[in-house]
Design a protein around this ligand. Structure first.
Ligand code: SF4
Length: 575
């Protein structure tokens, strides 16, 4: 019998990406935090719990010693939606196996990895459940397995789900683990869970495997935010749920009172938070309960930070695909939901919410508070050539009728055991690969690009962009938040820093920006020429005639208004 007091534990985070839960850096998912809390609850002292991300193990191989020497090694990971990531690289199956072989103590694997593992983390693949040579695989909740395994003296556990009291306790007790994340404190965003499960049953989705939704009451989520902010966290995303609008209700209909308690409670315990975003809103909720939804959306927009995205899982605008895959929203209904979110929350800081949605010359140069995103999934049952045209036409209509989308996410299906898609597998996705490529390119060029210009026109200020990597003489970075825009800044600037940026140009899914405010006395030629209306010769004149006491001093010989980019006013960063 192993005494918990003497136990050393190493948690390795291989990252997760589920339909309603994200944990690739700069995000930390709930799994390591809950697992750490369950360990503490079972009697393991905090200072005997070590946490590493898979990227840290790759970068600093000495840390493999912690995997080797721990009495208990817990691996957390699993990708149930395909994706490409800037902030970290999820563990590949071979690395997970190596973890099991390296561990001398007891090894336990958990998280969505229990749903299956492909040959690689990619779309259009099939997956199967594997144990990857671990002693134990948690087929229920990994945090419950961790708790019971320690409680049994490392003998074993019954696969079970944790209950509400446990998750409330463990979420708070495990908050300390964030301090061991390489991104802590400034560049870390905590994914918050408000519920699991879903009232609907889409064919490809792993979320219904958690059953019908069960909500964590506002005080337990607020208490967790309080604990996390005590450990220095300033960025939060309420992303671990199928539908934020359904929060605290009967499972389907919105309950604005619960949303208000949740959001205002978070603001109260974390008044200095810098990011409060969400993920996942079900458009069918908005269509079925438009007035209650409008109220809920307004409450969210009052309390969140700008640039927030409500991702809608339309998945397909083709009625044949909808029917065959049990998708719960039609293109027409989704369009209605897009309209309502635009009207209720598409306003920008500094303007009257009643004016939403706003864009164009008169709109303040900040991102809107909350906009819809659209998720489209290809390779589903019944997909045909016409499906692609229908999806494209849906997006075009949103643009043509004057609404905004913050993000269009186009993916190919991964087929998991236990979902209806497992019989069809990746066959349709593979057959349609060429079609998919052509269509995606067209959407990027014809819709994403003009839409992005509408959402973030030149002069839009993006505060606190974290500079992440260099490529071809440009520095790329993102704000912390839900689906942040990729921002390219001319020149190679020091990485790891945070700067405010003003947008000057648009790609398909990214923008070019210059530091804001740009100092006329220090700006490089590359930065100056990136500003619309400034060519090589004007930029050359600006550089030659330095220094200036004010913008007015710089006689640019152009009617172009530089004040959006070059200013002496300091930016108010909090909203
Ligand atoms: S609505 Fe469908 S896609 Fe969304 S979480 Fe529920 S089952 Fe999954």
């Amino acid at each position: 019998m192993t005494d918990p007091e003497t136990l050393s534990v190493t948690i390795v985070d291989g990252y997760v990406d589920e339909p309603a839960h994200f944990g690739v850096p700069p995000y930390i998912s709930t799994y390591p935090r809950y697992a750490a809390g369950a360990l503490v609850d079972a009697g393991v002292p905090r200072d005997q719990i070590t946490y590493h991300t898979i990227d840290r193990l790759r970068e600093q191989p000495d840390y493999w010693r912690d995997v080797d020497e721990a009495d208990l090694m817990i691996y957390l990971g699993g990708m149930t939606v395909p994706g490409k990531y800037v902030g970290g690289t999820p563990a590949e199956p071979d690395e997970v196996r190596k973890l099991a072989w390296t561990a001398n103590g007891t090894s336990l694997m958990g998280g969505p990895v229990k749903f299956g593992v492909g040959e690689e983390n990619a779309g259009a693949t099939e997956t199967e459940r594997q144990d990857l040579d671990f002693d134990f695989v948690a087929k229920g909740d990994v945090e419950a397995a961790v708790h019971d395994l320690v409680d049994s003296g490392l003998e074993g556990f019954n696969n079970r789900m944790r209950d509400l009291d446990e998750v409330s306790r463990w979420a708070q007790e495990g908050a300390f683990i964030v301090e061991q994340h390489p991104n802590h404190p400034a560049h870390l965003i905590c994914e918050l869970e408000t519920s699991r499960g879903c009232a609907y049953r889409c064919s490809f989705c792993t979320e219904p495997l958690y059953g019908n939704p069960e909500f964590r009451p506002p005080p337990t989520v607020v208490g967790e935010v309080d604990a996390l902010s005590d450990y220095g966290v300033k960025h939060f995303r309420i992303g671990r749920q199928a539908d934020i609008l359904a929060y605290g209700g009967d499972g389907e209909a919105p309950n604005p009172d619960a949303l208000r308690q949740l959001y205002s409670g978070i603001r109260e315990v974390a008044p200095d938070l810098e990011t409060l975003h969400l993920d996942n809103m079900n458009p069918i909720t908005i269509v079925n309960w438009p007035e209650r939804s409008r109220e809920g959306i307004r409450i969210i927009a009052e309390h969140n930070t700008p640039g927030d995205t409500a991702a809608f899982g339309l998945e397909s605008a083709d009625p044949v695909v909808q029917e065959e895959n049990n998708l719960n929203v039609t293109a027409e209904e989704c369009f209605e939901a897009v309209r309502i979110v635009n009207e209720a929350a598409g306003w920008r800081p500094g303007e009257d919410p009643a004016d939403a949605p706003t864009f164009g010359d008169g709109a303040p140069r900040r991102l809107p508070k909350l906009l819809p995103g659209i998720n489209l999934l290809h390779g589903l049952k019944g997909e045909r050539e016409e499906t692609y045209e229908r999806n494209r036409a849906f997006l075009q209509r949103v643009y043509d009728e004057g609404y905004m989308l913050r993000r269009i996410n186009i993916r190919q299906v991964m087929a998991f055991d236990g979902t209806d898609m497992s019989d069809t597998g990746a066959k349709i996705a593979n057959d349609h690969k060429q079609l998919f490529k052509r269509y995606k390119k067209r959407v990027r060029e014809e819709i994403d690009n003009p839409m992005l210009e509408r959402v973030a026109p030149p002069g839009t200020v993006l505060p606190d962009v974290h500079l992440e990597y260099h490529q071809d003489g440009t520095t790329f970075g993102r704000q912390l938040g839900t689906y942040p825009l990729l921002v390219g800044v001319p020149g190679e600037r020091e990485l790891g820093r945070t700067i405010d940026v003003a947008v000057v140009d648009h790609g398909y899914r990214s923008v070019t920006g210059v530091p804001y405010p740009l100092d006329l006395n220090a700006a490089s030629m590359n930065e100056l020429t990136a500003i619309p209306g400034i060519g090589d010769s004007t930029a050359g004149d600006i550089v030659v005639n330095r220094p200036y006491d004010s913008i007015a001093d710089a006689d640019l010989g152009t009617a172009f208004d530089l004040s959006q980019f070059v200013t002496t006013r300091s930016l108010e960063s909090a909203d």
